[in-house]
Write a protein that binds this ligand. Structure first.
Ligand code: FE
Ligand code: FE
Length: 169
C-alpha cells in the first residue's frame, strides 16, 4: 500500500470502523455462550454454539484484514454492541428459564446483533470496494454472508417452533 493511501482520511475512517466491529465481535464471542446456556430449546442452543465458532472466524478474518492494511488489530469500544448485549442480558433477566418466551426473547436479542453486523459489514465491504482493496472485499463479503445465514437460521427457528410454543405458554 502506498503512503498516500494510508494517509487519506477515508482510509483512517475505514480502519477506525474496522476497530469498532473488531471490538463488537470480540464481545459477541463472549456473550454467545451465555445465550446458549440461557436457551430453553436444544435447537436454539445449538444455533448459538455454531455461531460462537463462526464469530471466532470473523475475529480472525478481521485480523487478516488489519494485516493486509498493515495496521495493528486494535479493538475500539463499540457503544452499539455494548448496548445490544446489555439488552440481551435484560431479556434473560426478564424471562423465565425453561420457557419458550425466553427463546423468543433470545432470538430477538440475537437478531438485533446480527442486523447490526450485517449493516456494518455491508458498508465496510463497499468502502473496501471503493478503495480498490479486492482481497479485503472478499473477506468482508464472506463474513457478511455468514451473518445473513445466521439471521435466516434464527428466523427459521422462530417461525418453525419457538413463537408458536411461546404463544401457547
Ligand atoms: Fe460476526
Ligand atoms: Fe454474527
Amino acid at each position: 500500500m502506498t503512503g498516500k493511501m494510508k494517509d487519506s482520511e477515508f482510509h483512517k475512517f475505514f480502519v477506525d470502523e474496522l476497530k469498532d466491529i473488531y471490538w463488537a465481535e470480540k464481545h459477541l464471542v463472549k456473550a454467545l455462550p451465555k445465550l446458549q446456556k440461557a436457551a430453553t430449546s436444544p435447537d436454539l442452543a445449538a444455533a448459538f454454539e455454531k455461531h460462537t465458532g463462526e464469530t471466532q472466524t470473523h475475529i480472525e478474518t478481521l485480523e487478516r484484514v488489519f494485516e493486509l492494511l498493515e495496521e495493528k488489530a486494535v479493538a475500539k469500544k463499540c457503544d452499539a454492541m455494548e448496548g445490544l448485549l446489555a439488552e440481551a442480558d435484560s431479556i434473560i433477566e426478564d424471562t423465565e428459564k425453561g420457557t419458550m418466551i425466553r427463546d423468543a426473547g433470545l432470538v430477538l436479542a440475537a437478531q438485533k446483533a446480527e442486523h447490526y453486523e450485517i449493516a456494518t459489514y455491508g458498508t465496510l465491504r463497499t468502502f473496501a470496494e471503493n478503495m480498490g482493496h479486492t482481497e479485503i472485499v472478499e473477506l468482508l463479503q464472506q463474513t457478511l454472508e455468514n451473518e445473513k445465514a445466521t439471521d435466516e437460521a434464527l428466523t427459521q427457528a422462530a417461525e418453525s417452533f419457538i413463537n408458536e410454543q411461546a404463544a401457547a405458554e
